[in-house]
Ligand binder design. Sequence first.
Ligand SMILES: CC(C)(COP(=O)(O)OP(=O)(O)OC[C@H]1O[C@@H](n2cnc3c(N)ncnc32)[C@H](O)[C@@H]1OP(=O)(O)O)[C@@H](O)C(=O)NCCC(=O)NCCS
Length: 170
Amino acid sequence: MDVTIRIATEADLPAIVDIYNQSIPGGWSTADTRPITVADRVEWFRKFDPARRPIWVAEIDGTVAATAYLSSFYGGRPAYDATAEISVYIATAFHRRGLGRTLKQFVIDQCPRLGVTTLLSMYFDHNDATRRINEGFGFEVAGHLREIAVVQGQKRGLVIAALRIPPAAG
Ligand SMILES: CC(C)(COP(=O)(O)OP(=O)(O)OC[C@H]1O[C@@H](n2cnc3c(N)ncnc32)[C@H](O)[C@@H]1OP(=O)(O)O)[C@@H](O)C(=O)NCCC(=O)NCCS
């Protein structure tokens, strides 16, 4: 599988929104319960910063198949500048081909350059794919907020996992 990962541009936003919306019916990734629109996400998209908090897309044979991004923690309070949350969304048609793991590896590798030394992953406690990927990279579970959400009528918990990443040399 030939994967090209690059910084997203605003022209990618329809694909990013479409991929995000594909994850809603599964009920195991996002706390959104209704599809979002491109208009909903324009301001959100413009806040990404390639130098600190990028948003990337992964293309397979010229098709945008996935997106990953870093968000600031705790509303971006400066004391948490070196902490960011990772999000990864793969288009349903490309699930279970190793792309989730590939994209997370890519983002981890970018962290020293971006000044991120603590990478957080927050996921529903029934999201087995994310748990498996995180375990492989050595994320440590820092917290488990049981039954904190209701998704499709079911109580779900939120796991907070953290990966420590050595800072860039020099
Ligand atoms: C979670 C997600 C990113 C995984 O991506 P993926 O490309 O399908 O995963 P991979 O092919 O890299 O598989 C990684 C591991 O998860 C397992 N896995 C994948 N989908 C799974 C599923 N639905 N149920 C259980 N395990 C699953 C794979 O078998 C593999 O396990 P391994 O440890 O034996 O190798 C993808 O399913 C997705 O985009 N889901 C919706 C959004 C989401 O949940 N994002 C994470 C929170 S931000």
